[in-house]
Design a protein around this ligand. Sequence first.
Ligand code: DLL
Length: 436
Amino acid sequence: MPIWNPEAETMERKDLEKLQAERLAKIVEYVYQRTPFYKRKFDAAGVKPEDIQSLDDLAKLPFTTKQDLRDAYPFGNFCVPLEEVVRIHASSGTTGKPTVGGYSQNDLELWTEVMARTVTACGVTRKDIAHNAYGYGLFTGGLGFHIGFQRVGATVVPVSGGMTRRQIMLMEDFGATVLTCTPSYSLVLAEEADNLGVDFKARMKVRVGIFGAEPWTNEMREKIQNRLGLEAYDIYGLTEIIGPGVSIECEHHNGLHIFEDHFLPEIIDPATGEKLPYGEEGELVFTTLTKEAMPVIRYRTRDRTVLHADKCACGRTLVRMEKIRGRTDDMLIVRGVNVFPSLIEKTLLNVEGLEPHYQIILDRPKDQLDELQILVEAHHSFFEPIDTRKLDQLRDEAENELAQTLGVRATVKLMGPNSIERSLGKAKRIVDKREL
Ligand code: DLL
């Protein structure tokens, strides 16, 4: 498979590390001079830019947290005057103010470059027609893919999210070969095709799907690939770093290559902040090495994964991160037991008869223990006509499987087709009523 920028993506690791160290020293000096936001942080930690000479010195620098960025909202951490900022994006965030991303002209150029690398890694070329159903607007997904597709010369269809029925028509009429959206929305598209009597696999030419912006397991990947008849690639990114374009799977699907010449990754122990070696699971931390408007230093993503540095068969020398395993703050504590949402998804999708649409509800009725309830849709055949005996069996099977894998009891409520809310973008999987 072609590589967009072989020089950068297949560089010898020692040359790459040399480049990273040079860029790190520069960016640390840059942010220190350019914004009181970092000057204050570095001063408080007793570290000066000249202390940062090698990659090992990185650990001397203080972390930047989501709270730090909130405190600086909206532009307090920018390193260029607003006249040099040519684009703003933001991530919705579930509570309070959004997280802002600001881009200079050069930052947009960098974003275009990493997105061109990204789509090329998934086999996209100028011959492709890319149906881009990520949201256009403040969210980085739509415009991020847009510029990457244009750079490689593919034909981009900027359809954005919504009007799902129309999307099915356009995908078929335009002969889309690439689909980009959240993994959950890809299933909404498949369902709408079913509703319209359109056989997605037979009528659509889509061969590649590039899905991300929300957690999804390999079990979910299987479901999507089978239903849509395409090869699904996982893409990761976040507004604070650049948007999509931080890391991408290659054709070997053995982790996501991080564009390390621009985004320097670390894994830390979320409890102690200690740096962990390759192969160990922890919290992903990024330092942007080349951004101008809004560089971030040691940004704690709260996403949990593992890094691997051995060479990949695709030829890229870039570090690979495993599929995101969850967030440091999404672990549910149910009656004192740690429960990971990704494990719930995995378990449900291994039970035959359940559909990949579910919601996790946590509640604590007054003076009682936590209750974990899982709403999940059963295949429509159970409802035509309704077969309560079989539904009861299916529910018991799901509850038993969950009890075994989670180590805590969850009640399962089986739902009819299309009864769990669908999302155009990121799916809302967890409803925690205990905080209300
Ligand atoms: O979701 C950027 C993006 C757009 C990525 C399109 C991929 C495709 P935010 O809205 O700032 O940015 O959300 C970032 O979403 O910290 C993760 O928790 C989560 N996330 C993003 N990609 C993945 C993924 C975009 N592939 C936050 N797997 C991140 C799991 C993901 N979680």
